[in-house]
Design a protein around this ligand. Structure first.
Ligand SMILES: [Zn+2]
Length: 296
């Protein structure tokens, strides 16, 4: 199976769509995946966050603790292997559903962070952006005695926390417009991804020779739509994930394997194929028959 994947990737023109499963080996559990812990509370929605002060306090209290885990996480062998494939000219673009910034931390340029980044904060009042580091400093100052034990952190950077601990947490507001509501610059459930960002992703998919899904169960349409688009365009889809995904029916190949082990092996096998891929860019309709055999 790895050989089949290597043959496909060696042809270049790969666009990667990554999800939480790629970051589990960096210590950020994938709550939907086989290796993940079950989530005990439903994810925050944009509507609840903006309308319910109590829910917002709970979110920030959890997120304040979860951030410490996210902030000290580092790219794993999987992220590094993707960067190697990109540097070798085989990967043309990366779309990630992850908000942990680990592709960029691994050195990958121009990653499209579909759902934003946890290390950035936006004011919903004035639009001012600040770093999470700065907010973290302010939250620590406002909550000097707050330090509940973290049992488990979720991929979007929050933790489970008792109600009495939440009740004594103090939320801070924007200092720029003095009072604007702050939100991590990530796309919440119930919120739409900015249209320009989606268009950029569709552009990447349309120009791809292969869509490689890494560590996503494709549960959320936000990511799954790129698989659907690729399938519609006759672009082959390969899915590497631990456990089944909602895109398996569209995949030319599916592999169930830990990404931190599989991706370095893949990168080793296809090393050196970059020159060939660059000298002979794929032409629509004239690609590898193995890839485009089912097309039109
Ligand atoms: Zn503001």
């Amino acid at each position: 199976m790895v050989d089949a994947l290597a043959r496909l990737v060696a042809g270049g023109g790969v666009v990667v769509l990554s999800g939480a499963g790629l970051s589990t080996e960096s210590g950020i559990p994938d709550y939907r995946g086989a290796s993940g812990v079950a989530r005990r509370h439903t994810p925050m929605t944009y509507q609840v966050f903006t309308r319910d002060a109590q829910a917002r306090r709970r979110y920030w209290a959890r997120s304040h603790l979860g951030w410490r885990v996210i902030a000290r996480s580092a790219p794993n062998e999987g992220h590094r292997a993707v960067e190697r494939l990109q540097r070798g000219g085989l990967v043309d673009g990366i779309i990630t559903q992850n908000v942990d910034g680990l592709h960029t931390a691994a050195g990958s340029p121009q990653v499209v962070e579909l759902h934003g980044r946890l290390d950035e904060v936006v004011c919903l009042g004035c639009g001012n952006r600040t770093s999470r580091e700065e907010l973290d400093r302010r939250l620590r100052e406002a909550n000097p005695t707050f330090g509940a034990r973290v049992a488990a952190v979720n991929p979007d950077g929050d933790v489970d926390l008792a109600d009495d601990e939440v009740a004594r947490f103090r939320v801070v507001d924007c200092t720029f417009c003095r009072g604007g509501m702050l939100k991590p610059d990530v796309v919440f459930f119930g919120e739409t991804v900015p249209a320009q960002r989606v268009a950029r992703c569709f552009g990447l998919v349309a120009g791809a020779r292969l869509l490689l899904v890494l560590g996503s169960s494709l549960t959320v349409l936000s990511g799954r739509r790129f698989v659907l688009r690729a399938a519609k365009l006759g672009i082959p889809v390969v899915i590497v994930n631990q456990g089944p995904t909602r895109g398996d029916g569209y995949a030319a190949l599916t592999l169930d394997a830990p990404l931190g082990r599989l991706l370095p092996t893949l990168a080793d096998r296809v090393a050196g194929a970059a020159v060939g891929a660059r000298d002979h860019p794929p032409t629509p309709g004239q690609g590898d028959p193995e890839l485009h055999g089912g097309r039109g």
